[in-house]
Design a protein around this ligand. Structure first.
Ligand code: BGC
Length: 697
């Protein structure tokens, strides 16, 4: 964050009362009315959550900048997670594009639409590494891999903030939730986390480090406790890591309620103690708890919080407000938006991203399907606009969504539709029998409702809910050809379904163009190219499951009784990280990997051996063969997307800086140890095409 406004910040600070300073650290949830407005006039509010109309934003800015003593403009924060009006796929789906340009552009579009509503700060990107599909918030993340999440972090920060965040159409981004929230024990939301300091640094920190390097303006704390310390009270995280090590000079905001929750955590006796702990730890803004505004003055008088600490936090807030350009112009163009006002270009882009996010998980050759047959569509999710939007859509407008049923109608496809079952509906056998009696092919739309994933939506059994499984089993028993289309916000444990289904299309919650995107894939108008960024387990009990685990002393071996495996589940997960099929096949050959100065240089030939053009995501993994600590069996280090015409070959090259091959030791030093690295190139994380290179220091 630019530091060119420091003199102006000091001038403002010098004129502020203690109460006004505290006001800058107070975030209110916006409510219309004189009472809140008076608080604003009195200088007791610095930021709002929940303002989402340009006229409201402009009015509040006018009060703040014309009717308060210090005339400090306001920040308006909102959760603009995967689009504001143009709703794109949920982050876990979008991540399957493995496309940095997509990550950036969807954020850019979201930023523009948000600013038109007066929003100048989004609470995104969520950068939690997620390894446990039971945790509902996996839907908001880009998945289990720290490297992919780091690229995602950079692209998102750039997309939201642009080159210059003061531009009218850009918003401040917020890296959240700092940190390790994604490793909640048992996948239960808000639950505690416990991990070695090395795991924290090797796995959970890198995406945040990347966001900081990309210039993210703000950070949000995580709700949970990490190794016994609630994150919002961690001096280590905010003062040592963020401020001292990473030189971060933006805002740290508490998650909503996280300050007062220190009382429930049992590290503060009262709300007042919680305020003392959090501000001293370096949490600048109290989101909605009203704890700072109530107690900080007293705490300062009592000497429990120093003026230096208070001033420092106020400086952070003012610095961000200056950087956003609000002191020069706090207002936005007034805009009233029609309810379904989504531009043609944005809608077209939403369709492009949605179809790129789809992962073809199984295909016995039934796909793509021909339009000229008796098609029957089953399942409530085939026509549920609301569920296509997914989690974190604040103003749900299901009428802006093209569902699968609508898409098929618009394409004049001859089909019949019957609900039969849904995520919360039992299986209606009678309706089913009637619907499928003369079907050539069934499209079975099954999965989760939008609210089955997201915050506080952890599930213990991540099977298909409701009567949906019964329906798929009935289809299989009747030997009717069918395609399973999954709409869901997390990896599901669907071993049976995978066995029964001739084909599976993973369609997540794809946003406003969900139906068109799915139809594009089903009929072969788009050759699916998405790749999973989270492992699919066979059974819920395998969670957490992820590809980049350390080896054990007894690696899983089918033939060895005393090896690391379950006795009642396969060794391999259902679908691995990086996995995804297409309507063509790619072959890899001639891998050549070598050390060149400080880089591993790897190149391989990829050939499209099928008869359809396609887009392949070439993935590079390494394994540090012998190190002073146990290292992951594989770690993603780079990826590239290549377009290959039918029959076409391309040589794809990678250069991996040796500095990216290290890890943190017990003394928290980042070390790259000499020795052998196995370099893998291929289609997904199970690739075995490898060369060994030796790094000599
Ligand atoms: C969530 C955050 C979100 C905040 C504000 C919290 O409950 O954990 O991710 O940004 O609410 O809506």
């Amino acid at each position: 964050m630019t530091d060119k406004y420091e003199d102006r910040i000091e001038t403002i600070l010098a004129n502020m009362t203690v109460k006004e300073k505290i006001g800058q650290l107070n975030m209110l949830r916006y409510e219309e009315g004189e009472e809140q407005e008076q608080q604003l006039r009195d200088g007791l509010v610095g930021t709002y959550i929940g303002v989402s109309k340009s006229d409201v934003a402009n009015h509040l800015q006018q009060v703040a900048t014309e009717e308060t003593a210090n005339q400090i403009p306001l920040l308006f924060g909102l959760d603009v997670i995967h689009g504001r009006h143009t709703i794109f796929p949920i982050p876990l789906a979008e991540a399957c594009c493995w496309d940095d340009d997509v990550f950036e552009k969807t954020a850019e579009i979201a930023a523009k639409e948000a600013t038109e509503d007066g929003v100048n700060w989004t609470f995104a990107p969520m950068l939690d590494v997620v390894r446990d599909a039971r945790w509902g918030r996996v839907a908001e993340s880009a998945g289990e891999d720290p490297y992919l999440l780091s690229r995602y972090a950079r692209a998102k920060v750039k997309g939201f903030q642009g080159e210059d965040v003061s531009a009218k159409d850009r918003v401040l981004a917020c890296a959240k939730h700092f940190v390790a929230y994604g490793s909640a024990v048992g996948g239960r939301d808000y639950n505690g986390t416990s991990m070695s300091i090395q795991t924290l640094w090797d796995t959970y920190m890198p995406p945040f480090m990347a966001a900081t390097e990309a210039g993210v303006a703000t950070y949000m704390t995580a709700f949970q406790e990490l190794n016994g310390t609630p994150c919002s009270t961690s001096e280590y995280l905010f003062r040592d890591v963020l401020r001292k090590m990473w030189k971060f000079n933006g805002i740290v905001v508490s998650d909503d309620g996280a300050v007062q929750e220190c009382v429930s955590h049992g590290v503060a006796e009262t709300r007042k103690d919680a305020a003392e702990l959090c501000l001293n730890a370096g949490v600048d803004i109290d989101m909605e708890d009203l704890v700072y505004i109530e107690y900080l003055e007293e705490l300062i008088e009592e000497g429990k919080v120093s003026m230096e600490v208070l001033d420092e936090s106020v400086r952070n807030v003012l610095r961000v407000k200056f950087a956003k350009g609000l002191f020069d112009n706090p207002y936005v163009e007034p805009k009233t938006r029609a309810d379904d006002d989504i531009s043609k270009e944005n809608r077209a882009y939403a369709r492009e991203v949605a179809r790129k996010s789809i992962v073809l998980m199984k295909n016995n050759g039934i796909l793509p399907i021909s339009r000229k047959q008796k098609l029957v569509v089953l399942g409530e999710l085939a026509d549920s606009g609301l569920d296509m939007l997914g989690t974190w859509v604040l103003e749900e407008k299901p009428h802006t969504v093209v569902t699968l049923v609508q898409a098929l109608k618009e394409q004049n496809i001859d089909f019949t539709y019957e609900v039969c079952t849904g995520p919360k509906k039992a299986f209606d056998k009678e309706a089913f029998e009637h619907a499928v009696c003369d079907a050539d092919l069934v499209i079975a739309a099954v999965g989760e409702t939008a609210l089955m994933s997201g915050e506080a939506s952890s599930r213990c059994n991540i099977d298909l809910p409701g009567g949906q499984k019964d329906m798929l089993e009935a289809l299989q028993k009747k030997q009717i050809p069918f395609v399973t289309v999954l709409f869901n916000g997390r990896p599901l444990a669907i071993k049976d379904v995978a066995e029964w289904s001739p084909a599976i299309v993973e369609a997540w919650a794809l946003g406003i163009e969900a139906g068109n995107a799915v139809a594009d894939v089903l009929f072969g108008d788009y050759n699916p190219s998405g790749r999973l960024t989270m492992t699919f387990p066979n059974y819920s009990g395998e969670c957490p499951v992820y590809y980049n685990h350390n080896n054990t002393g007894r690696p899983a071996d089918e033939k060895m009784e005393l090896s690391s495996k379950y006795t009642d589940a396969p060794i391999e997960p259902l679908y691995p990280f990086g996995y995804g099929l297409s309507y063509t096949n790619y072959e890899y050959s001639d891998l050549k990997a070598e050390m060149k100065e400080n880089c591993i240089y790897a190149e391989a030939t990829v050939t499209n051996v099928g008869d359809m053009d396609g887009e392949e995501t070439v993935q590079v993994y390494i394994r540090d063969k012998v190190a002073s600590y146990a290292r992951p069996v594989k770690e993603l280090k780079d990826y590239k997307k290549v377009h290959l015409g039918a029959g076409e070959s391309k040589r794809v090259c990678f250069e991996i800086d040796i500095q990216n091959l290290g890890f943190y030791n017990m003394k928290l030093e980042y070390v790259v140890e000499p020795g052998e690295f196995e370099v893998f190139v291929g289609h997904d994380s199970t690739t075995t095409l490898s060369n060994v290179v030796r790094y000599e220091q």
